[in-house]
Design a protein around this ligand. Structure first.
Ligand code: NAP
Length: 306
């Protein structure tokens, strides 16, 4: 099943999952190409500080961890190459990948294209990102010990974020644009039972205020029409993720836009695997991306040796 004029494996995405998958695929002695759209490192490269990745007891900056992982892939002979992937189609038993740098054929494809948190798109959000504006309580909640924070959103992720933060922060306001949560009832009940979680209904954030650090939010109540100011030291935005899967068209089974896999990271098409944030998964962490990628590389190898 080895690709005749192509690669054994093409990894799409040069973030943590992509670099890890490439590194492991190399260790399986596969001929690997690693493609990245812009700059290697993915979301990790944008994190100020990472304190929950094992092996770094004093924490490590996001860009440094991303660079180390990229360097490790390069040491194995798979430096990420810049190319934007635009389409994927069957090519006999292989796969044909269309990219901005031309077409490639491979026996297997590992998709690790990632996802980015949906942004509120309000003034102050971009400017204060990493300075009190966060999209990940598991990553940044620790920095808000005993402080007052807000969580924006009403889905499972927002409520899970609020519950996680309730163990760290003194007070958590959940700001939701309707008067009813979308989250599963059991999560809702846990949040309602938590004395330091308070709900602000029918409201949207219209501005995030702060000079060097978040100081307050400007809120607009959609029912009463009133505007108000809420003093908080941090705001966690959990209004969904946008996965990088548009380029796949209808090729793979998706759930809410994320690629559905089994526990071997196999997608709905033979020879195509997915790993990391692009996958339909309950948790999007560096640790889970690394685990997914390791399994995806093994599955790609298994697929090739038959
Ligand atoms: P989600 O279910 O799409 O919920 C997004 C929430 O953000 C909704 O409450 C939505 O409000 C709100 N929202 C969206 N755009 C907004 C905007 N521009 N301004 C203000 N609010 C906005 O997203 P998610 O919570 O990230 O979950 C994604 C998927 O992962 C879901 O299928 C979820 O079930 C799953 N998940 C599962 C678990 C678990 O099972 N433990 C944990 C996390 C995620 P409306 O309700 O008004 O639309």
């Amino acid at each position: 099943m080895l690709a005749k004029n192509g690669k054994d494996t093409i990894v799409v995405g040069g973030g943590v999952a992509g670099c890890t998958a490439a590194l492991y695929a190399k260790r399986y002695n596969l001929d690997v190409l690693l493609l990245e759209k812009t700059a290697p490192g993915g979301q990790v490269a944008t994190a100020a500080r990472i304190e929950n990745y094992p092996g770094f007891p004093d924490g490590i900056s996001g860009p440094e961890l991303a660079e180390r992982i990229r360097q490790q892939a390069e040491n194995y002979g798979v430096p990420p190459q810049l190319a934007e992937v635009t389409g994927l189609e069957a090519h006999g038993d292989d796969w044909l990948l269309h990219t901005s740098q031309g077409d490639y054929v491979a026996a297997t494809i590992i998709i690790a294209a990632g996802a980015h948190p949906r942004s509120l798109e309000v003034p102050g959000e971009e400017e204060l990102r990493g300075a009190g504006v966060s999209y990940c309580a598991t990553c940044d909640g620790f920095f808000f010990k005993d402080e007052t924070v807000a969580v924006v959103g009403g889905g499972d992720a927002a409520i899970e974020e609020a519950l996680y933060l309730s163990q760290l922060a003194a007070r958590i306001y959940v700001i939701h644009r309707r008067d009813e949560l979308r989250a599963q009832p059991y999560l809702q009940q846990q949040a309602f039972d938590q004395p330091n979680i308070q709900f602000i209904w029918d409201s949207v954030v219209t501005r995030i205020i702060g000079d060097e650090q978040v100081q307050a939010l400007e809120l607009h109540n959609k029912v009463s029409g009133e505007d108000s100011r809420l003093e908080v030291q941090g705001v966690f935005i959990a209004i969904g993720y946008v996965p990088a899967t548009k380029w796949l068209g209808e090729l793979l089974e998706l759930r809410n836009g994320f690629i559905v896999t089994d526990q071997l990271m196999r997608t709905s098409q033979p020879g195509i695997f997915a790993a990391g944030d692009v996958r339909d998964t309950p948790l999007r962490q560096i640790t889970t991306a690394v685990g997914d990628a390791t399994i995806a590389a093994r599955s790609a190898h298994r697929h090739i040796i038959g």
